[in-house]
Each structure stands twice: as structure tokens, then as C-alpha cells.
Design a binder for this molecule. Structure first.
Ligand code: ADP
Length: 245
């Protein structure tokens, strides 16, 4: 795949596969294209060239008669529904309660009944340790609590793929542990495919079974976290890890 912003190519000739149920962490210096990959998967950015397939199905474009053809919005949204994303800045709807935030998409996108969505939302709030905060508004919660609501909101859509974009970067250090704990629980108790961009290397090591090191829009090294974090082959990876660890 290729992604350009104007004349600037940020991802070039990128080609990778992620297996069902895999937990893959993307690491690399700021500006290397990690967030752009998640945003492309979420269809928040347009892919400039190439294809993305989810479970063998094209996400935004397909090859037809040797040509690259854009799919219809309806087709795109059908597959897009199978993917959830949690953002660095939580992105909760400020004018809705916590519960309303979680039930919005299940009702309007999946067509669940209000009761059904509320029952599931309450289960998820319990699971992220916020069972009694359903009536609160996001602003009344700490950043860590808001982020746990955002995780519950993503899970309410029953995603097959969960994209996590630096979900602890905007948090005070003392709030990071709770959020990572929730994600570790998700990793341990579900078979959701997870694609994680993080600077929390210990978390990456604990939760992922593959690490991809990015630099300048390319994967320069990938492998099992035990190998990448303790004995990377690539000089650039070594430098990067020395700087962040
Ligand atoms: P990372 O997540 O690794 O920090 P990003 O994917 O955010 O990197 O960014 C990759 C490159 O793309 C950077 O050079 C960034 O400045 C550029 N970029 C990202 N989003 C945009 C945008 N909307 N418009 C122009 N350039 C962008």
C-alpha cells in the first residue's frame, strides 16, 4: 500500500499481513507512519494506492479488470463495522452520558434495541471498573476513566479487530496502569485481533506476539517481542529502543 499526503509519501510499498487473533504492536519514531496505518484501516484516511483486505474482503478498493476501483460506501461500511478503534484523545461525545456514549453505535449502526444495548453497556462498564459511572458525563471523569469508557464503547460493537492508537499517551502517569490493565484483560479473555501503537514497551512485550518496527513509512524489522526488545538485528531499532527504554 501507498499513502501520500499531498506530495509527501508517508507509507511506501508497505505489505504486511496480520493473522486472526494476533496481537501486533507497531513501534518506531514519531512521524514514521504508525498512526496513519490505523487510520487507513479505520477508513479515516484514503489509501493512495494499493489494497487492504479484511478476512479476504477488500476494505476500500478492489481490483477489477486490472483496474483499481473504489468500493461503494455501503460495502465499505459493512466491513468497517468489524473494526473498532480507541484514540489517544478518547473522543467521547461530551454532551452524552457515559452510557449514552456506549449505546449510540450499537443502536444506530448495529440496530440493537435500547434494552439490549444498555445491558451490554453495563456489562462492559463493570468489566472496565466503571459500573457505577454510567450516568456521568465524560468531563466528570479522569482521563484514565474516560479512556476506559472509550475501550468499552469500542467493545460494545463486538469488533473482530481492535485498533489502539497510543491510548495512554494523553494520560497522567498514575492513570496509565488501569487502562493497560483493562487492555491486558481484553487480550487475555477475547480472541479479538489487536493492532497496537504504543510507547509503553513493557505493555507491548506483555501483550503482543509480534512487534513491527517502523521507520520512514517502512517496516524495518519485525519479530517476537522477546527478540526485538532484547536483541534487535537492525541498528535503527537498537537506537530507537535505547532512546525509549
Ligand atoms: P506516527 O504515528 O508514527 O507518529 P503518523 O502516521 O502520525 O506517524 O505520521 C506519518 C507522517 O505523515 C508524518 O510525517 C506526519 O507529519 C504526516 N501526516 C500525518 N497525518 C497527516 C495529515 N493529515 N496531513 C499531512 N501530513 C500528515
Amino acid at each position: 500500500m501507498v499513502k501520500k499526503f499531498g506530495e509527501t509519501t508517508v507509507l511506501q510499498g508497505l505489505n504486511f499481513q496480520i493473522g486472526r487473533g494476533d496481537r501486533v504492536t507497531l513501534i518506531g519514531p514519531s512521524g514514521s507512519g504508525k498512526t496513519t496505518i490505523l487510520r487507513l484501516l479505520m477508513t479515516l484516511e484514503d489509501l493512495t494506492d494499493g489494497y487492504i483486505y479484511v478476512d479476504g474482503q477488500p476494505l476500500t478498493h478492489e481490483e477489477r479488470g486490472g483496474k483499481r476501483v473504489a468500493l461503494k460506501p455501503k460495502q465499505v461500511s459493512k466491513i468497517r463495522k468489524r473494526i473498532g478503534m480507541v484514540f489517544q484523545q478518547f473522543n467521547l461525545f461530551p454532551n452524552m452520558t457515559v452510557l449514552e456514549n456506549i449505546i449510540e453505535a450499537p443502536i444506530h449502526v448495529l440496530g440493537q434495541s435500547s434494552d439490549q444495548a444498555k445491558t451490554k453497556a453495563q456489562e462492559l462498564l463493570d468489566r472496565v471498573g466503571l459500573g457505577n459511572r454510567g450516568d456521568a458525563h465524560p468531563m466528570q471523569l479522569s482521563g484514565g476513566q474516560q479512556q476506559r469508557v472509550a475501550i468499552a464503547r469500542a467493545l460494545a460493537m463486538d469488533p473482530e479487530i481492535l485498533l489502539l492508537d497510543e491510548v495512554t499517551s494523553a494520560l497522567d502517569p498514575e492513570l496509565v496502569g488501569d487502562v493497560l490493565g483493562v487492555l491486558q484483560d481484553v487480550a487475555a479473555t477475547t480472541d479479538i485481533t489487536m493492532l497496537i501503537v504504543t510507547h509503553e514497551m513493557q505493555f507491548a512485550q506483555d501483550v503482543s506476539d509480534r512487534v513491527m518496527m517502523f521507520d520512514g513509512g517502512r517496516i524495518i524489522e519485525e519479530g517476537h517481542p522477546d527478540k526485538i526488545f532484547s536483541d534487535p538485528d537492525n541498528e535503527r531499532t537498537k537506537q530507537f529502543l535505547q532512546a525509549v527504554l
